[in-house]
Design a protein around this ligand. Structure first.
Ligand code: SAM
Ligand code: SF4
Length: 464
């Protein structure tokens, strides 16, 4: 008999069926609840996923943008992936690293990992996400642990990596404990599909165990990791079902561990070398933006990540509707920042440099941030959520709100001083000027100005 899990397929399907046509009145009640930053139940989110018509859609988008601004302000946090190894024993139908692809396997040495990290540091990155295939022989946990040390030890004249997040295959509680002890930030693992038959159809190898994947984050929590990231690979099954799966997972983690996921990732399938199949459930742009907006309304305090899998125009709209973190200047091949002859996991749609991307977001009115302060001040897990929840995460006032905007401009100023192009500098300085003016708390305003001055004099890594 199939094991029961927190993904209740019947509940999700019922929610979608019953929510077929919400009235305009029901819709406006839900959007009002959203604006009060109360989040939505799975059943309520189903209504927003199903509702049709331009008026309804613009109400959903407007509400999502309101929430994004209320909780995250103008900040957009940047990171880059660092692929350690493309060895993998799994045959995931969509992935360029699948075991059946015999070409171009590569695993970086510690020197190569430091070299990749230094390249990313010199571009301006301060947060990285390490990624690797699952291979107990080529990528055992000791290799990953050593790699984490290598990244944190990499330094250039511009500084080092301050927060390293990890996306590696499901592992044991003991291994999660070891990862935590190395000082990782978020541990991410995507369910790929919450729909068991779709998941099982797509995965062969140890990852093909649906419940192993589903409960891996429980093991991460048990190993002491309190910032975890969930995600779905959109394209494997109906996007509405998957979005509700994410909400069910968030609900479950929150109920079981007292804290929901730190981030949600929303990758869409991209073509990849030696991957012949086209997924049956490709998600269209308007559907993709809808699901981002609905997630923003349903789980307002969870960060949301978009990557360079997406085209610049889509990213631009998604930033407004709820995305809080984004990759830039990525490569999906091990050693890809040095030379590109290794197999990549999938193709990218945004190949702009970090500077070009930062300029794009500043022109849109966002503040690029390289901030890592919360994690380093131990504001993680429930401590972070408690501070974030009053909707105070961004301006001067109470809770995290007191620190976020000042911290983002301190890191933006470092970026300007060390790396930015003349155009990036001009745009960035204007943002910093306006942001200082907007700080309400006089003590924090004064300290921010002092810290900016110290950065100008050559100090680095100052934060609240
Ligand atoms: N091997 C680990 C695992 O599978 O859990 C690490 C994750 S992998 C390096 C990062 C993510 O990339 C996967 O979880 C998957 O969602 C995504 N991915 C794989 N192939 C993709 C493709 N063709 N297009 C878009 N995303 C893809
Ligand atoms: Fe391996 Fe992960 Fe790719 Fe699957 S998605 S083939 S587990 S690297």
């Amino acid at each position: 008999m199939m094991q029961d899990t927190f993904i209740n397929e019947r509940r999700i399907k019922d929610a979608l069926e019953k929510a077929a046509k919400p009235s305009m009145e029901a819709l406006s009640d839900l959007l009002a609840k959203g604006k009060r930053l109360e989040g939505l139940t799975l059943e309520e989110a189903a209504m927003l996923l199903n509702v049709e018509g331009i008026e309804a859609e613009s109400g959903i988008f407007e509400t999502a943008a309101f929430i994004k601004n209320a909780i995250y302000g103008a900040r957009l946090v940047f990171f880059a992936p660092l692929y350690l190894s493309n060895y993998c024993v799994n045959d995931c139908g969509y992935c360029g690293f699948h075991a059946g692809n015999k070409a171009g396997r590569r695993k970086l040495t510690m020197d190569e990992i430091r070299a990749e990290a230094r390249r990313l540091i010199d571009m301006g990155h301060r947060r990285l996400l390490i990624e690797a295939g699952e291979d107990p022989v080529n990528n055992p946990i000791d290799y990953i642990l050593e790699a984490i040390d290598a990244v944190y030890s990499a330094k250039t004249g511009k500084g080092g990596i301050r927060r390293l997040n990890v996306n590696i295959a499901a592992t044991t509680v003991e291994n999660y404990r070891l990862l935590k002890a190395k000082g990782i930030g978020t541990y991410q693992l995507f369910q790929e599909s919450y729909h068991r038959p779709a998941f099982e159809k797509m995965h062969k190898g140890p990852k093909g165990d649906y419940t192993r994947q589903l409960y891996a984050l429980d093991n991460a929590f048990k190993g002491g990791i309190d910032d975890v990231g969930i995600g779905v690979l959109f394209g494997l099954y109906d996007w509405r079902f998957e979005t509700l799966g994410l909400i069910a997972h968030a609900e479950y983690l929150s109920k079981t561990f007292g804290v929901g996921p730190h981030t949600i990732s929303v990758p869409r399938f991209r073509p990849a070398a030696s991957v012949e199949m086209t997924p049956d459930f490709l998600v269209k742009d308007d559907e993709f933006l809808r699901l981002i907006a609905v997630l923003r309304i349903a789980v307002p305090y969870t960060g949301m990540i978009i990557t360079t899998r997406e085209r610049p125009e889509i990213r631009k709209t998604a930033f407004r509707l709820g995305i809080s973190q984004t990759s830039a200047a990525s490569s999906t091949a091990p050693g890809g920042q040095s030379k590109g002859d290794n197999i990549a996991q999938f193709e990218l749609s945004d190949k702009r440099s970090l500077d070009e991307t930062a300029i794009g977001v500043m022109k849109q009115g966002f503040t690029p941030s390289f901030c890592t302060a919360c994690y380093r001040k131990q504001r993680t897990g429930s401590a972070f959520m408690e501070l974030a929840k009053p909707g105070d995460i961004h301006e001067s006032g109470r809770g995290i709100k007191a620190f976020c905007q000042p911290n983002s401009i301190l890191t933006l100023f470092e970026y300007i001083e060390d790396t930015a192009s003349p155009e990036g500098r001009t745009l960035g300085m204007e943002i910093i000027r306006k942001s200082i003016e907007a700080i309400e708390n006089p003590a924090i305003k004064k300290q921010t100005i002092e810290k900016l001055e110290r950065i100008k004099q050559g100090e680095r890594d100052l934060y609240f």
